[in-house]
Every structure is written in C-alpha cells, then in structure tokens.
Write a protein that binds this ligand. Structure first.
Ligand SMILES: NC(=O)c1ccc[n+]([C@@H]2O[C@H](COP(=O)([O-])OP(=O)(O)OC[C@H]3O[C@@H](n4cnc5c(N)ncnc54)[C@H](O)[C@@H]3O)[C@@H](O)[C@H]2O)c1
Length: 330
C-alpha cells in the first residue's frame, strides 16, 4: 500500500505496537511523527524508521500534547493525513481494590488522550479539506469486559463508541474513523500467565507462536497487526468507517456492534411483574455472554477421537455467569 506524501502521527510509538505501526507506515512511504513519554524511546524510534520522522516527547491526555503533535506534523511535513491513537497504560485491579488514581490515569491516557488527539487532528484535517484517516486503538476488553480491568475496559469501550460517533460527524469531510482491536505479544501481554511461557519460548527460539495461539487466540507478533493499520491508513480503505476490526496472529475479525437482540411489546408499557412474566415465557431465554474467555490449549488428541474445532469463526465464547476466565485483556 502506497502512502507517499502522507503524514501520520502515532501516539505511544516508542515501543510495542505503536513502534510497529510507525515503522509500517514509514515503510509504506508516510512521514511520521513519533510520540512517547519516554524520550530515549522516541529518539531510538525516530532513528529506526526507514523514512522521514520527527519525535515529540509528551504525555498524551491533555490538549496541549495533542496540539503539539499536530503542530509537529504541520511544521515538519506541511500537513496531517493519518492519526493512530495508540498510547496506553494498564493499572489492573478488581473493582473493590481499584483506586481513584488507577481509574483516572487509565481514563486520562486512553479515553481523554484519544479524544484530545482526535479533536486536534479533525480540526486540521477539516481545514485541509482532503479527507483523512483516524485509527483508534480499542481492545477485546472494551468489547466484552475483562476481569480486573474496570478502568481499561471502560476506556476501550468508550473508544469504540467514539469511533462510531466520529464516523458520523466526519463523514462529510471524508475522514474515516475506525477502531482497531489488536492482540499481540508486547510488554503488556507478556504478563498474562497463560501466555508468558509460550511467548518466552518463542522469543528464545525465534520460532513463531504455536498455530492454535495464532489462530484461536489471535495472538502473534506486533508485525501481524500492522497490515490492518496500513490498510486503514491507505486509499484502499476509502468509505470504510465506524467499524471495530480485530486483528492478531492469523486472525482478522469484524466485530458486531451492539444491537437489540430480543424485542417484545406490551400495550401500556412494562411493569416489573410483566417483565418477570415475559422473562419466564422466553424473552430472556438466550442471555448474552460476557468477558474474554481464558485461553484454551487444544486437548492432545487421543487415537480415534475427533479434533477440537475452534476455527476462525469461533465467536460468542465467554461466560454468562460469574467466574469468567481472564483472557487477553490488553
Ligand atoms: N498488546 C496487545 O495485545 C493489545 C491488545 C489490545 C489493545 N492494545 C492496545 O494497544 C496499545 C499499545 O499497546 P502495547 O501492547 O504496545 O503496549 P506497550 O506498553 O508495549 O506500549 C505502550 C506505549 O505507550 C506509551 N505511553 C504510555 N502512556 C503514554 C502517554 N500518556 N503518552 C504517550 N505515550 C504513552 C508507553 O511508554 C509505551 O511506549 C495500547 O493502547 C493498548 O491498550 C494492546
């Protein structure tokens, strides 16, 4: 995909997925503004990119940082075409132990940072009048909820909601807004107990993660995620907007948006007793699952037994009751 002449900002691109996005956009021809809180990581990333790049060391969250990023794009490269709001942190704790600071910090970086950066980018892209691409980074935790991630799941769900809202608001300007739902081995996911040994082994040997991890869990390297970001940044994705698209390992997934699943009508409205009666007679017979399912390695096959089938369409897992396993939550 050809991005020559395009200018991109990638927040949190000093390492991990952000660095991979910045490298991939740069390799496709875009000039890139690299951003991170870590100055050394910013300098290293700028030096590692194959094309023109500048660095801005700033904590995404407030308007000043967002304005600095857009100003850097315009002053260094004359314009802004692509924004990837990737910067992120985790402060995981169960609800009853989560502090105000845990909550506020995660909301500030992810939700507020996405808002302030997208707003600054939208102002500039609208002024240019040539369309644009805003690529937000959500998470499976935001789509389904995840144990220990009140703050993060709320922020990432909010980001998906903002993508749908901004897709409407910016449609006339031909600025597309989509939410990527990535999964990849990074400093964030390395802490997940079910995957840690597999990731360590893969890094030690240089071998790819096992096929079931890449396919069923959709977990692979950061480079497995970059194709979707480059596609969404390019002209090939024209008209694709307001979507949440998952990618990781060998898996690409279009997430459904929330919609009414079961609808009933009653003249005069619904009293509590009427709801209880309606529920018992079938209205609520197929409740939604929630939570990210815990990873399930395939059971070694016994002779004559049929193989486990968790193919690419294996959706809708998860728990409809308490004790949901904690899956890939980053
Ligand atoms: N790794 C995954 O599987 C996964 C899954 C779903 C979502 N995500 C999301 O992808 C993004 C990148 O995740 P990652 O796994 O590469 O994490 P990471 O921790 O490896 O990288 C995050 C980067 O963001 C930077 N950062 C943190 N706060 C910042 C701020 N206020 N301003 C600027 N930079 C800041 C960090 O310094 C770091 O370089 C995050 O938004 C994360 O929530 C990751």
């Amino acid at each position: 995909m050809e991005l020559s002449g395009k200018v991109a900002i990638v927040t949190g691109s000093g390492r991990g997925l952000g660095l991979a996005y910045a490298k991939a956009l740069s390799a496709a021809g875009a000039s890139v503004v690299v951003n991170d809180v870590d100055r050394a990581a910013v300098d290293e990333a700028v030096a590692a990119l194959p094309g023109p790049a500048v660095g801005v060391t700033a904590a995404v969250g407030d308007s000043e940082s967002a304005d600095r990023l857009v100003a850097a794009a315009v002053e260094s490269f004359g314009r802004l075409d692509i924004l990837v709001t990737n910067a992120g942190i985790l402060r995981d704790r169960v609800l009853w132990k989560m502090t105000d600071d845990d909550f506020d910090e995660v909301i500030r970086v992810h939700l507020r940072g996405t808002f302030t950066c997208a707003r600054a980018a939208a102002v500039r892209m609208r002024e240019q009048g040539e369309g644009g691409r805003i690529i937000l980074i959500s998470s499976p935790a935001g789509q389904r909820g995840n144990f220990g991630q009140t703050n993060y799941a709320a922020a990432k769900a909010g980001i998906a909601a903002m993508a749908r809202t901004w897709a409407m608001e910016l449609a006339r300007n031909e600025i597309t807004v989509n939410a990527v739902v990535p999964v990849a081995t990074t400093a964030m996911t390395r802490t997940i107990p079910a995957f840690a040994p597999l990731i360590e082994e893969s890094e030690r040997t240089g071998e790819p993660l096992p096929a079931w991890v890449r396919r069923d869990e959709g977990l692979g390297s950061v480079d497995d995620v970059t194709g979707l970001v480059v596609f969404l940044a390019s002209g090939a994705s024209r008209g694709i907007t307001g979507q949440a698209i998952g990618v990781g390992g060998d898996r690409l997934a279009l997430w459904a948006h929330p919609r009414e699943k079961s609808v009933a009508f009653r003249d005069g409205g619904w009293s509590a007793a009427a709801i209880a009666a309606g529920w018992a007679s079938g209205f609520g017979s197929d409740l939604e699952t929630y939570g990210i399912p815990a990873p399930k390695p395939p059971v070694p096959q016994e002779q004559g037994a049929s193989a486990p089938s968790a193919g690419p369409g294996a959706q809708g897992q998860g728990s409809a009751g308490p004790g949901a396993g904690s899956g890939i939550g980053a």
